[in-house]
Ligand binder design. Sequence first.
Ligand code: 6PG
Length: 241
Amino acid sequence: MKNLKIFDSSDDLINALAEAVRDASKEAIDAHGQFNFVLSGGGSPRKLYALLSSETYKNQIEWDKTWFFFGDERFVPDGDSQRNSLMAKQSLFEPLKIPEARIFKVDTSVSPEAAAQSYSQTIAAHFRKTPIEFDFVLLGLGDDAHTASLFPNTDVLKATEATFKSVFVKEVDMYRITMTAPLINRARKIAFLVFGESKSEAVYQVLKEKTGSAAQYPARLISTDENRVVWYLDAAAASRL
Ligand code: 6PG
C-alpha cells in the first residue's frame, strides 16, 4: 500500500510537501553530501517551487548542495514557454540564484533519441555510477493517469532499463524525454503532487481500482517495495478513494 497524505486544501498540501523536501534534503546531505532533486513539470508544482524559494524556505535548505534534474521534458527549444525547465527557472532557479552548473537540463538541439541518451550519460557521470539513484523525485499526475511522460499505451512503459528515453506522445503531438519507471522506482523518495477534482478519477484508477492495466494507467508502475512512494493529495483529488 502506498502512503497517502490527504489535505483539506492545496495550500496545506504544498506546505507539507515543502517540509518533506526540506527533510529529504537534510537526510541526503547528511548521508552523501548532496541533494539530488528531480523536478516535475506541468502546472501543479509552480506553487511548491515558489514556496521553496520564498523567505520561509530559502534558508532551510542547503541549496548550494542541491542538484536539479527533470523527470521529463517537452522536446521543444530551450526557452520555449512549454519547457518544464522554464517554469522551474522562473519560480525556483532565478529566485534562489541557482547556478547553471547545478541544473541538468535536457539538450533538445539534437534528435530526441540523442537527447535522451546524452541526458542519461551526463547524469550518470554526475553520479559516477549507474544505475542512477536520485534522492527525491517529484511527480505529477495527468487526468489520464500518466506521470512524467509515461503516457498510456506507449512503448516506454515496457522499458526495463533505469534510464531516460524519448517517446512520441500523440496526445500532445510532440516528443518527450522521460525517466523510465524503473529509474523513478530507484529513487530514495518519490512524491506525487496531485490536487483538484479533475484528477480524482485518475487517482481512483491508480490507487483503488484493480481492473484495467498499468498500460492504461501508467502511474501504477510507480511503486516500490519499501513503500518509498508518498501521495500528497487534496480532498478534491482524493474524493473517490
Ligand atoms: C509534464 C509533466 C506531467 C505533469 C502532469 C500533470 O511535463 O507535463 O511532467 O507528467 O506532471 O501532466 O500536469 P499538471 O500539474 O499541469 O496538471
